[in-house]
Design a protein around this ligand. Structure first.
Ligand code: 76R
Length: 252
């Protein structure tokens, strides 16, 4: 079996929307000094501009990591940059101090399809890298890209509460990247089963950030009840994929 899977070290993945998270603290002192009329003008200008920005959502933040988070989902990285510039052009931006940001792209890891495809390629005795082999791989990707379209290009879920954190899979004594594909596939299936219990209560969007930012994945969770974040994440800590192999960054 492991020789069948050997050409697939990484699972096949599909990429969709590029995502930018921007965290800001507000310079309240400077903002207070401009007076009520100017504040109202700044707020009106910002409200009108954000009203026009499709694929952008704003969240008030609790705690010292920032006061405001702006999340952008776009179709291209160039559009993402344009969104960042549009925010920078607002009068209000004079009072926004970036505390951090995160760049990633919506990612669906196709462990199940990859394992099934590897089996069928082996059965057909196709040589890895041959034109026939490549055609089968791109056929699978194309088919998945079509059926996963809504999940690759999601709208920002319209839920009141948002939780974001970056994470890695471990490369220490316990090393995710040296596990065989079949084992990673099994662990991801178990991970998905736990997640599915929260299907109605939480909308999750996983984005990949290898090559884009300091962590490997971004996790965006959206819910109407913030306590559900704690329940879901707590339950997942006991899941092997998290318990043995996950390392987490700061939570926002
Ligand atoms: O996308 C899918 O629904 C298929 C199953 C699935 C995959 C492939 C899935 C389901 N996830 C997948 C991939 Mn997930 N996920 C996280 C976290 O806090 C922690 O312990 C981990 C952070 C949460 C809370 C979460 C929730 N998932 C991934 C990956 C990529 C791994 C790779 O490719 O190696 C990461 C890093 C990751 C992390 N996941 C689900 C959820 C939930 C709620 C589901 C079920 C979704 C549903 O069925 O509606």
């Amino acid at each position: 079996m492991s020789t069948d899977l050997a050409p697939f070290a990484a699972p096949l993945t599909l990429e969709g929307s590029p995502i930018l998270h921007q965290m800001f603290s507000i310079n309240w002192k400077a903002l207070r000094q401009v007076g009520a009329d100017a504040q109202r003008d700044l707020a009106h200008e910002a409200a009108a501009a954000f009203g026009e920005m499709k694929g952008t959502a704003l969240f008030a933040m609790l705690g010292h990591k920032g006061d405001l988070q702006i999340v952008h989902f776009r179709e291209t990285f160039d559009q993402l940059h344009q969104a960042e510039l549009n925010v920078a052009r607002l009068g209000l931006s004079q009072f926004l101090e970036p505390t951090t940001s995160y760049v990633s792209v919506v990612e669906l890891g196709l462990y199940d399809s990859t394992i099934r495809l590897a089996g069928s390629l082996a059965q057909k005795e196709l040589t890895p890298g041959s034109p026939e082999w490549e055609a089968e791989v791109s056929g699978t990707l194309e088919q998945q890209r079509k059926s996963m379209h809504p999940r690759l290009w999601p709208e920002i879920p319209r839920r009141r509460y948002h939780c974001f954190y970056p994470m890695d899979k471990k490369r220490a004594e316990a090393n995710w990247y040296s596990l065989p594909m079949s084992q990673r596939g099994k662990l991801m299936r178990e991970h998905g089963m736990i997640g599915r219990k929260y299907a109605g209560a939480v909308t999750q969007i996983i984005s990949g950030s290898i090559g884009f930012d300091n962590w490997e994945w971004g996790v965006d969770l959206f819910a109407d009840d913030p306590v559900v974040f704690k329940r879901l994440i707590y339950e997942m800590r006991f899941d092997e994929a998290s318990a043995l192999y996950a390392v987490f960054g700061p939570f926002y």
